[in-house]
Design a binder for this molecule. Structure first.
Ligand code: NAD
Ligand code: IPM
Ligand code: MN
Length: 369
């Protein structure tokens, strides 16, 4: 049975799991990172342990450094050693990187994350936004507005302003947003494929009234959708208006495809539909294995080390690793059902005003699996 979270049946970049036979001896590379990264990652691997036990699989976990933890140990935000370990794994789990310790100039932990996405060619970042029934009342938005929301953001991840020419010259600095035709084609195809397995609608978000790069995006997206997905409903929305429509009528959206930075910002905004950034999972996929599975949230320095972070985003990320990374759809659905079950029973972490800690939440989900 398909769980609701991935919302992405058929969201395939080929090879990244879709249709692969169950790999019952799966290896995970685990990059816990900084801040709450290690805390939520431990909860997720505990749940994966419960899945392995329940389904008779053998999962192995190999740990590597990324981000600030890697800078401190090796002087690099991502070492070749970690990268090779990841390439050899069936799926990579990432907690979070960054924190005030490394904000003072010099090497930034975030460069490690950008590098691994680029090195593994993970151009498609799937960010499902689902409001489970138990959380409909937890959103700062009105319940009747958010009940039943099921959006799949398809965020382009290896291009755009994150990777365009940038620099600094005296009192000037620049970061450039660039997209090429093939980059837009391939991400729009991910969105079109995903929509076919869902409610059959794609919304492309850009800033074509101002940016030349968005005008190219819009032309290419329209052509791909018309030529290759004639039965998928297609619309375009400007990004500023989208920021509003997301809160005003979130149920109108099915698959939303957009560039790297717009997708980053809109998905954090969308986290208020289920009510916490700590709820959102993601999968970063490319043309082959391994995929990188990372929650949408960051290292949350304000709550790190206290054992109170919500691990459900990371646990649902592990579910996406099972589905998209290993082709284990039933196992993924079991994790998603377990999360819904635990929420329906009323268990809540601090971000929802509850008392349940990170470790306990992981145990509750593991037991429910
Ligand atoms: P953040 O996502 O870390 O935190 C934003 C807010 O959400 C904070 O109040 C935090 O406590 C809360 N929050 C986030 N995850 C939570 C969880 N699981 N449970 C409960 N509350 C949660 O964003 P920020 O504070 O702007 O950034 C902190 C650092 O994280 C920065 O260095 C940033 O670059 C980095 N970052 C990393 C990633 C990543 O590794 N994928 C993603 C986003 C930000
Ligand atoms: C995310 C994060 C990252 C991004 C940063 C930490 C590089 O915000 O995954 O959403 O902007 O992609
Ligand atoms: Mn972000």
């Amino acid at each position: 049975m398909r769980g609701r979270w991935p919302g992405a049946a058929g969201a395939g970049t080929e090879g990244a799991g879709a249709g692969a036979p169950p790999d019952v001896n799966a290896s995970f590379a685990v990059l816990a990172g900084d801040g709450i990264g290690p805390e939520v990652t431990a909860a997720a691997t505990a749940v994966l342990g419960a899945v392995a036990e329940q389904f008779g699989h053998a999962f192995s976990f190999e740990y590597g450094l990324i981000g600030g933890a890697s800078i401190d140990a090796t002087g690099e935000a991502l070492s070749d050693t970690t990268l090779e370990m990841c390439r050899a794994a069936d799926a990579v789990l990432l907690g979070a990187v960054g924190g005030p310790k490394w904000d003072g100039g010099g090497l930034r932990p975030e460069t490690g994350l950008l590098r691994i996405r680029k090195e593994l060619s993970l151009f498609a970042n799937l960010r499902p936004i689902v409001v489970p029934e138990a959380l409909a009342g937890a959103s700062p938005l009105r319940e009747e507005l958010v009940r039943g929301v099921d959006i799949l953001f398809v965020r382009e991840l290896t291009g755009g302003i994150y990777f365009g020419p940038s620099g600094r010259d005296g009192d000037r600095a620049w970061s450039t947003m660039e997209y090429s035709v093939p980059e837009v084609e391939r991400i729009v195809r991910v969105a079109g494929d995903a929509a076919r397995g869902r409610r059959g609608k794609v919304t492309s978000v850009d800033k074509a009234n101002v940016l030349e790069v968005s005008r190219l995006w819009r032309e290419v997206a329209a052509r791909v959708m018309a030529d290759e997905y004639p039965h998928v409903e297609y619309e375009v929305v400007l990004v500023d208006a989208m920021a509003m429509h997301l809160l005003a009528r979130p149920r109108d959206f099915d698959v939303v495809v957009t560039g790297n930075m717009f997708g980053d910002i809109l998905s954090d905004e969308a986290s208020m539909l289920p009510g916490s950034l700590g709820m959102l999972p993601s999968a970063s996929l490319g043309a082959g294995r391994p995929g990188l599975f990372e929650p949408v949230h960051g290292s949350a320095p304000d709550i790190a080390g206290k054992g109170i972070a919500n691990p459900l985003g990371m646990i649902l990320t592990a579910a996406m690793a099972l589905r998209h990374g290993l082709g284990l759809a039933d196992e993924a659905a079991a994790v998603e059902r377990a999360v819904e079950h635990v929420l329906a029973a009323g268990h809540r972490t601090g971000d929802f005003g509850g008392e349940v800690g990170t470790v306990e939440m992981g145990s509750l989900v593991g037991a429910a699996v």
